[in-house]
Design a binder for this molecule. Structure first.
Ligand code: GLU
Length: 283
């Protein structure tokens, strides 16, 4: 069997909780044979939310759990050129358009239109800026109006043709990127987006296995499309269950789930965390 290059790719915008530990340990364990590699990537494109203290805590938490990873660690904020090159290629294929809409405007447009399309992650971008004239686009850009870059999804899907990807649990999945609509590939506030950066990085780092939560299952449809458009290889995916807290709610930074650092501080040994992960895996 070919060697596995596996990765864990947290965003340093909060402390890790048990759900992250579960994901990291799964990714790490998948790459323990001779020749396998395990990478850690810091996904810090949200430069104003990312904090050095959270990044340091990621290293500390993962080392506490007994994980080791290759150096140097890739930090997305240091690789904006790579994302710009990918955007240029998509521009050359006429697959991007500037979107000037604010979040409020999009919400208002969706509320106005009874037929606004919805996808698995809520409403889709209603396409307000898709059909602006070249003249209007140039004028608004020249006047410095902030804009994002969105993918022209219909066109992109036509160019790419039918696609599929493989999930270790769910098997072969027909890619359905249209279900997410004209997603943003470069944000107003940072010249890339999660979808673009993660796809480019997994390819540049030769990742062969992407381990992440089921909340990102649908995102993979878009990533598969980007791989086809940018001539990038397609890794295998493992979307794992989402870990819930005692109240049955999904653990999340914004829910202030207990962090690994807090568990450590109250004297929980790392072996207990690992045992809890093993119990979930074998349940
Ligand atoms: N950085 C993302 C997060 O922390 C995960 C991205 C991924 O694994 O693809 O939610």
């Amino acid at each position: 069997m070919a060697s596995i290059i596996s990765r864990f790719a947290p965003s340093p915008n909060g402390y890790l909780h048990f759900g992250h530990a579960y994901s990291a340990v799964l990714a790490w364990r998948a790459a323990q044979r001779k020749g396998d590699r395990f990478l850690l990537r810091i996904e810090d494109i949200d430069t104003w939310r990312a904090r050095p203290k959270f990044e340091q805590a990621i290293y500390k938490d993962l080392a506490w759990l007994g994980l080791s990873w290759e150096q140097p660690v890739r930090r997305q904020s240091e690789h904006m050129d790579d994302y710009a090159r990918a955007l240029d290629r998509l521009k050359d294929r006429d697959l991007l358009y500037p979107c000037f809409c604010t979040r409020k405007e999009i919400q208002a447009e969706v509320a106005r239109s009874q037929t606004a399309p919805h996808g698995p992650e809520g409403f889709l971008y209603p396409g307000t800026c898709r059909d602006l004239s070249d003249e209007e686009r140039s004028e608004r850009m020249a006047s410095g109006e902030p804009h994002a870059l969105r993918i022209h999804m219909d066109r992109a899907v036509k160019q790419a043709g039918p696609l599929s990807w493989t999930d270790r649990k769910a098997g072969e999945i027909k890619a359905d990127p249209e279900s997410l609509g004209d997603v943003v590939l470069a944000r107003k506030d940072t010249p890339t987006s999660y979808h673009l950066a993660v796809t480019v990085d997994d390819a540049l780092q030769d990742v062969t296995l992407v381990t992440r939560g089921l909340d990102l299952f649908h995102a993979t449809h878009v990533h598969r499309l980007l791989q086809a458009l940018l001539d990038l290889p397609t890794p295998e995916y493992r979307h794992h269950r989402l870990i819930r807290d005692n109240q049955g709610e999904r653990m999340a930074k914004r829910r202030r789930s207990e962090t690994l650092a807090q568990m450590r501080d109250r004297g929980v040994p790392a072996s207990d965390v690992i045992a809890r992960i093993d119990a979930i895996i074998s349940a």
